[in-house]
Design a binder for this molecule. Structure first.
Ligand SMILES: O=C(O)[C@H]1NCC[C@@H]1O
Length: 348
């Protein structure tokens, strides 16, 4: 694709629990960023706003081809032969380090496309994906050769901070937030502190509050090279019977700059699992988190195992999140530099 010529680009669009995931399998020549790993490729595309892959992100994410809550991934080579492929996740403001809903969609996509050999009848097939935060797995269950659900098995996840006091303009008194890592850094907040329920009619409030909390936390929200990615507002749900069997919560995750996750957020769910482990409310191998989204869709999550933690104060675990993805359509977009709104626009 030369910079002044119009060209076409194909995508396959999925959603996982309502959250969009637009997959670009074949990148135009000259678009793959340099790097030995997906993490290096991400750093390299982020260094240069005029990088052709960053322009392609805006074209496919922003209006009129996308919208302020659009999300997707560019498929790349893996870091080495241990993974099937790599992916650079993108959202309206840039490239993220982790994406559970996208990994679930990629699991379905790879099986449907025949990129990994699935059992002809019933069984499980593992799709191994290199993402910027490490190597993750979509473990796809198939029935008569077709995916029926996928488990996102994430990188090591753990709590980073407990009860950090935060003062924000929209709320009179100080609130308290926990910080955690699930491939990306999240601040998690019990929405009851703000007098809010996680319901679609409060979506605008959560966008505003999420932005305010991010600003108020400032550098305290960073962890090494990871900046604070999202704010998870959660409600405690009804106890599903025995507390040792399940914790039920509903959340909305506001990520990047005011982007709203329609799904329960895969990497956010991993962060909540790690915090619930630290609080002693979940245990590896025997209890679950039933995690609903703001639109009511569900991820079912548990802890595969506890592992050595990089921090003395908090335990660490390998989390697993089960979800469903659905194909939305196959698109063929015209990319025309002469379009008066090239490469696109946003109204948030
Ligand atoms: O499921 C997830 O992990 C992603 N969903 C949007 C924000 C996160 O990257």
């Amino acid at each position: 694709m030369s910079s002044n010529e119009a060209s076409w680009i194909e995508t396959e669009d999925w959603h996982t629990a309502g959250e969009p995931f637009r997959i670009v399998d074949k990148l135009p020549t000259g678009h793959l960023p340099e790097g030995q790993s997906v993490a290096e490729r991400r750093f390299n595309v982020m260094k240069k706003s005029e990088h052709p892959l960053n322009v392609l992100r805006q074209l496919l994410c922003h209006e009129p081809r996308g919208h302020a809550d659009m999300y997707g991934g560019f498929v790349t080579p893996p870091n080495d032969s241990g993974a099937h492929f790599g992916v650079l996740f993108w959202h309206k403001d840039g490239f993220s380090t982790a994406c559970g809903h996208g990994t679930i969609a990629l699991g379905y996509w790879a099986v449907n496309k025949g990129l990994v050999k699935a059992p002809e009848g019933d069984g499980i097939v593992e799709v191994v994906v290199d993402v910027p935060s490490g190597r993750v797995v979509a473990s796809v269950a198939v029935k008569q050769g077709k995916p029926i659900h996928a488990d996102f098995i994430n990188v090591l996840s753990y709590q980073l901070g407990k009860g950090l006091p935060v003062k924000i303009p929209s709320h009179g008194s100080e609130i308290s937030v926990d910080l955690g890592f699930g491939g990306a850094v999240y601040a998690t907040v019990d929405a009851a502190q703000l007098g809010l329920k996680v319901e679609p009619n409060h979506c605008g409030d959560f966008i505003k509050l999420g932005r305010e909390i991010k600003v108020a936390l400032g550098e305290k929200g960073n962890y090494g090279t990871y900046g604070l990615y999202g704010i998870i507002f959660y409600d405690e749900g009804e106890h599903a019977g025995d507390e040792s069997v399940a914790v039920t919560q509903r959340n909305v995750t506001i990520f990047a700059d005011g982007q709203v996750d329609r799904s329960p957020c895969g990497s956010g769910t991993c962060t909540r699992l790690a915090i619930l482990l630290a609080e002693g409310r979940l245990r590896p191998g025997c209890s679950k988190l039933l995690h609903r989204s703001i639109i009511g869709t569900l991820f079912e999550a548990d802890i595969v195992c506890e592992e050595k933690s990089p921090l003395d104060e908090f335990p660490a675990c390998i989390p697993r999140v089960r979800g469903h993805a659905n194909l939305v359509g196959r698109m063929n977009f015209l990319i025309d530099p002469a379009d008066p709104v090239f490469p696109g626009f946003l109204l948030r």
